[in-house]
Ligand binder design. Structure first.
Ligand code: BDP
Length: 710
């Protein structure tokens, strides 16, 4: 048999356990399975156990209906005999208890058994996947006493998939959602996709682009959506739809989309009835309004809350939810785009209905490699706030660069907003514990497509995985998550595991260094966002790079202190003071908050100019070291994945050099200072970098087609 590794299995790669002793011990513990509950979801859990068992032991899992003969017992806690369920302590409480599972070795009628119990069938499925993770990571299975419950209610992936199968900012092939052949044909990938989501506890997805096509609101498409919802239901996955606010005019033929117009309200009410007629557990809507040209309530001088509440009222009778995005900036160019979401949303705190969640992007600008946490976290205590991360690597090397994102996610989740004094972390705002919320949500823009390995880069799978794990529990550790993922996806050789973990853990900082060190942001190529573009000018100012980096002869950086836009004042104290002052501002965010003179003394004793040069240089050296580390893994990684990653890394190195050389040559035009000693000097001519053009970069419509249509 040809055993090529395509990466299609993701982390559910149940390969034979080569350590014979361990395999025997595990087999003894799992032995005979007795299933105490019967339904579609439990059948999925049992099927997973069968697949995995066969993978681990090259043998078939055996079953028994006789509890007294079983070694592994799975069931909903309500279906277990008291003698078993009474031994499980559900130490965790709270409104998410129905999603909790337990895994425990216990005594039953004088015998040792292993029990996986769920408070519901879905929770049981989560428990089974967790159990398999323990097997895959070779944890001891004889002293288990795990009780686990998610911290966030809605753990959500946002697909930016279009109805024509293209994906906005998608770098891993086409959309997996095959609209044309729905509802009749259910692609086999749906099953594997659903397994992957359930294995992480992801329980909600939006299926289409936030720049939504109104066609998805037509009955024909609702029926297609129903087919997906019916399929995903047993995996515990609910579907949301991104909607276009102008549906009433574009689909309904009305004369307005004004959210306070009776006809418009009625149209949405009937739409909601239609959705729930076909999909009784439909999740609700995700809305991008009055942002980047999308229609919205402000077109009618109404507020975001007017728009969101109108939709929320239509969904409320059915238990539906509106997720309203706070990523807004409109046709008026603000003096500081980073301040706009806060300025528009903060005054609306307390005005959104209880079934509205305001989804706040990671970073006040736009998913940059490093941004300070969003000042809205902590600032809207009377509003349900969701976090929106980006897994797809729009600003972090598309699917070419190895960048492990858990450290980025954690940096933000662990950040202390100080909204209620020390200890008011972003994570606690998101999980509801700080402000006593129960409708909580962590979302991320997906990186999934039809590529054989789903995500374009084998290591990009880790970002999907890490997001899911952190959405379940944001207190997990990035490195622990990486270790889990590596063992599940690549195997157990210690040298390999440790080298990969190190490479992953360093990758984010390395990537910041060769792209946007010291708080620089938004200096990427125009439109497609591929490669460097600090020189991008023309068109609306806040889509150009100089708007953000403000390079001139005196220095570099956006002044968001009192002498500038005063964006720092949107933060609680002490952050407003810390960020607002050049001396106390963390250097990693210095150019985000300050315009700094080229000769400003940095903590290292170097000038800003020198530090900038060294940071870019360090970024490239970091990738060189990643390449070297990867080369040592040849003996441990299968040939196919080894070679794929190797060629992508060679591209990553070329592109890191491209960033460094072009950005430094560009900034040197303003700094007019020589290259500092000890660095590798940039090569090439700035004019050539500036005139470089790329076409057919994935993730946006074909630029030639756009030109032809014009
Ligand atoms: C930007 C993307 C754009 C998205 C937008 C959004 O470049 O394609 O539509 O975010 O989140 O970063 O709405």
């Amino acid at each position: 048999m040809y055993n090529r590794e395509y990466g299609y299995d993701l982390w559910m790669r149940y390969r034979p356990i080569s350590d014979n002793n361990l395999a025997l011990r595990y087999q003894g513990l799992i032995g005979k399975l007795c299933t105490m509950s019967q339904n579609e979801t439990v059948a999925i859990a049992v099927k997973e156990l069968k697949i995995a068992y066969h993978g681990f032991f090259s043998a078939d899992l055996s079953f028994t209906e006789d509890l007294s003969k079983a070694s592994l017992v799975v069931g909903r806690v309500s279906d277990l005999p008291d003698e078993i369920s009474g031994q499980i302590e559900w130490s965790e409480k709270g409104n998410l208890l129905s999603q909790a599972f337990a895994i425990k070795n216990l005594d039953y009628q004088g015998r040792k058994i292993l029990v996986i119990a769920g408070q519901s069938s879905i929770a049981l499925l989560y428990g089974v996947f967790h159990f398999l993770r323990l097997v895959q990571t070779h944890e001891p299975l004889d002293q288990l006493n795990v009780v686990s419950m998610p911290k966030t209610a809605l753990r959500m992936l946002n697909h930016w998939d279009n109805l024509d199968l293209s994906i906005e900012r998608g770098y891993a092939g086409a959309s997996i959602f095959d609209w044309h052949r729905l509802p009749g044909y259910l692609h086999p990938r749906y099953e594997d996709y659903a397994r992957a989501q359930a294995s992480l506890g992801i329980n909600v997805i939006t299926i289409n682009n936030v720049n939504a096509n109104p066609i998805s609101l037509t009955t024909k498409y609702i029926i297609k959506l129903k087919a997906l919802a019916d399929f995903f239901r047993a995996y515990g996955i609910k579907i949301f739809l991104s909607i276009r606010f102008s549906g009433p005019m574009e689909i309904g033929g009305l004369k307005t989309n004004d959210p306070l117009d009776a006809g418009v309200r009625d149209w949405w009410k009937k739409k909601a009835e239609e959705f729930y007629h076909y999909i009784p557990d439909f999740g609700g809507y995700l809305v991008k309004a009055n942002s980047e040209g999308q229609p919205g309530p402000m077109d009618y001088n109404r507020s975001h809350s007017d728009g969101a509440n109108m939709l929320a009222q239509s969904l409320e009778p059915f238990g539906g939810i509106v997720i309203w995005r706070a990523f807004v900036y409109d046709h008026k160019i603000d003096e500081d785009r980073a301040k706009q979401p806060y300025n528009e949303f903060k005054p609306l705190d307390g005005q959104f209905l209880p079934n509205v969640i305001v989804q706040v992007k990671n970073g006040p600008v736009d998913f940059q490699p490093r941004e300070p946490f969003h000042p809205l976290f902590g600032a809207m205590p009377k509003t349900n706030l969701a976090m929106e991360f980006q897994i797809t690597q729009e600003y972090l090397g598309l699917a070419t660069h190895l960048v492990y994102l858990a450290p980025l996610f954690k940096e933000v989740l662990d950040a202390d907003t100080y909204s209620q004094g020390p200890g008011s972390s972003v994570g606690k705002v998101i999980d509801g514990s700080l402000e006593n919320k129960s409708l909580t949500c962590m979302a991320a823009v997906a990186n999934v497509g039809t590529d054989l390995n789903w995500c374009g880069h084998h290591f990009a799978q880790a970002n999907w995985y890490a997001f899911g794990r952190l959405a379940w529990d944001h207190q997990l550790d990035s490195r622990e998550i990486a270790l889990e993922w590596i063992k599940m996806t690549f195997g157990h050789n210690t040298t390999m595991v440790m080298t990969m973990a190190q490479l992953m853990m360093e990758s984010r900082e390395i990537s910041v260094n060769y792209r946007t060190p010291l708080g620089l942001h938004h200096i990427m190529g125009r439109g497609h966002h591929y490669g460097p573009g600090p020189w991008v000018t023309g068109g609306r100012a806040d889509w150009t790079s100089p708007y953000y980096h403000r390079a001139d002869e005196s220095g570099l950086g956006f002044d968001r202190s009192v002498t500038g836009s005063n964006g720092a004042a949107q933060y609680f104290k002490p952050w407003s003071d810390i960020f607002g002052n050049k001396q106390s501002c963390p250097e990693s965010l210095l150019l985000w908050f300050h315009h700094v003179s080229w000769d400003h003394k940095m903590k290292s004793g170097r000038t800003l100019w020198e530090e900038l040069c060294y940071k870019y240089d360090e970024g490239v050296k970091g990738v060189e070291s990643m390449v070297k580390q990867w080369e040592t893994l040849g003996p441990y990684v299968d040939e196919s994945r080894f070679n794929e990653v190797r060629s992508l890394m060679a591209m990553q190195l070329r592109e890191a050099i491209w960033f460094k050389d072009s950005c430094l040559l560009y900034f040197q035009k303003f700094a007019k200072r020589p290259w500092p000693e000890g660095m590798v000097e940039p090569q090439g001519k700035i004019e050539e970098f500036e005139s470089h053009e790329d076409f057919f970069v994935p993730g946006i419509p074909n630029p030639f087609a756009a030109k032809l249509v014009e």
